[in-house]
Design a binder for this molecule. Structure first.
Ligand code: FES
Length: 456
């Protein structure tokens, strides 16, 4: 039989083809058959999410670095008009929210916002539970429908997120409630809260806690993490028996049967995930009960050392629900995590309550914009300088933060050794640090964000 059909192509070739498709086309393909449905839920296809743009027909899904500029004024104005029209309609509407007939004026804008809301809910309910650990960026700038609860749900499903843009949204301090608990923002590098006027010092406190504590800080994780380290440190013949009992308690608590070394940060091979998309995808399929991962493929591709994926398959474990168990086991044994987002990333979110995460914090935040968050005070800035400061912070925008002073700025800047003055913005009326070289307030030109000189 010489007939050829697209369904005869191997799954890895199909996946390559899927990488050329837009999010909309991927959704269509997922409805073709169960294999395509499985393939379309592959993590590497959904690294960067732009729901606001997608709802308006712009299906860009590349990394956000390519869009590292302010959207044009026309775009911003359209989103603002849509938001106002939707809000007015929402206030006037009867119980049946789906009916926009009869609203000739602004009905297009209302439809657009409704589509965005539906898309956001679909992403949260259907997509992120499958691909969340692979998601790196979520861009929600200028969304008129995203709520704090939605962002909370997204963040809790995407523990490895590095880029979050909430520019000009209506989110409140509760948006980061889950972060300090989940440790989800340990990998966060870029946070844009420009124009989020409800944000206060409380958000900065949660953010700083969520970023974790640098090992060199006075009260670092390895000092605080407790049970496991102290057990091995105090091994002593006299209380060996008691120790055994304690070990059993811990074994029970964490569901592991092996006792390892002290709880110190384990060296982790951080493999460039984009180079490993195929392996990662194959692992994801395997976890979902799809096609098996070819043994030789992984053996030859991984960067040496023993990997939790490989060993887990050798031992006959399935990845997924066992991930937490495996991570715990391998972290303690000193073996190497593979670094795959799909199989190793569940660590933080799957850890037990009152987590005792031993992985070293990086405080990797490079970009923070609080432009127009006028409720921020020196106290909020101080929380950011705690726990080891922000060692790699390069871009800090505090334009329109009317309540901060040079004292708070000085304290924060002294904890940001990598700050680039060209990308350091604050009120022109403050004689703060690096006054000669830092950039001034950006909000004077912006027009729609708080600024002490607006109206001049
Ligand atoms: Fe003072 Fe903009 S906040 S100049």
């Amino acid at each position: 039989n010489m007939s050829t059909n697209i369904s005869h192509l191997p799954a890895e070739i199909m996946l390559r083809l899927f990488h050329y498709l837009s999010p909309k086309d991927l959704c269509r393909c997922s409805q073709v058959c169960s294999l395509w449905w499985q393939l379309a839920k592959t993590g590497s296809l959904w690294r960067h999410l732009y729901p606001v743009r997608w709802a308006r027909g712009d299906h860009y899904n590349g990394p956000p670095g390519d869009l590292d500029q302010e959207p044009d004024e026309e775009w911003v104005r359209s989103r603002q008009n849509e938001g106002r029209a939707y809000q007015k309609w929402d206030e006037d509407a009867d119980i049946d929210e789906s009916d926009v007939s009869g609203h000739t004026e602004g009905s297009l804008a209302i439809n657009m916002v409704q589509r965005e809301k539906k898309l956001l809910n679909g992403i949260i309910q259907n997509l992120l539970p499958a691909v969340g650990p692979s998601v790196k960026s979520i861009i929600l700038a200028y969304s008129s429908t995203v709520s704090s609860k939605m962002v909370r749900q997204m963040v809790s499903l995407c523990p490895n997120i590095t880029h979050l843009d909430l520019t000009q949204t209506d989110v409140t301090d509760s948006v980061f409630d889950s972060w300090s608990f989940l440790g989800a923002c340990r990998s966060l590098e870029h946070l844009d809260l420009s124009g989020c006027e409800k944000i206060t010092d409380l958000t900065l406190k949660k953010l700083s806690t969520g970023l974790g504590e640098l090992p060199s800080s006075p009260s670092s994780c390895s000092d605080k993490t407790p049970q496991l380290k102290s057990f091995t440190a105090h091994i002593d013949k006299r209380n060996l028996h008691a120790l055994e009992r304690k070990k059993q308690a811990i074994v029970f608590k964490y569901g592991t049967r092996r006792w390892g070394g002290p709880c110190i940060p384990t060296p982790v091979w951080v493999v460039e995930t984009s180079d490993l998309a195929d392996i990662e995808d194959a692992a994801a399929w395997s976890r979902r009960g799809g096609m098996p991962l070819p043994e030789s493929f992984v053996e030859t591709q991984l960067m040496g050392g023993s990997c939790c994926c490989r060993t887990s398959r050798r031992q006959g474990h399935r990845m997924g629900s066992d991930a937490s168990y495996l991570h715990q086991q391998y972290a303690m044994s000193g073996e190497i995590f593979c670094g795959h987002s799909t199989c190793c990333s569940g660590l933080q979110c799957l850890q037990p309550e009152n987590r005792t995460d031993c992985s070293p914090a990086k405080r990797a935040l490079k970009f923070l914009s609080l432009s127009g968050c006028y409720q921020i005070t020196d106290l909020g800035l101080r929380t950011l300088s705690q726990h080891g400061g922000l060692p790699v912070m390069e871009h800090l925008n505090l334009s329109g933060c009317l309540s901060i002073t040079e004292v708070g700025l000085q304290e924060l800047v002294s904890a940001c050794p990598s700050l680039n003055d060209e990308h350091f913005y604050y009120c022109d009326n403050i004689n703060g640090p690096h006054a000669d070289t830092a950039s001034g307030c950006q909000n004077l030109q912006c027009g729609f964000r708080a600024c002490c000189r607006s109206g001049e």
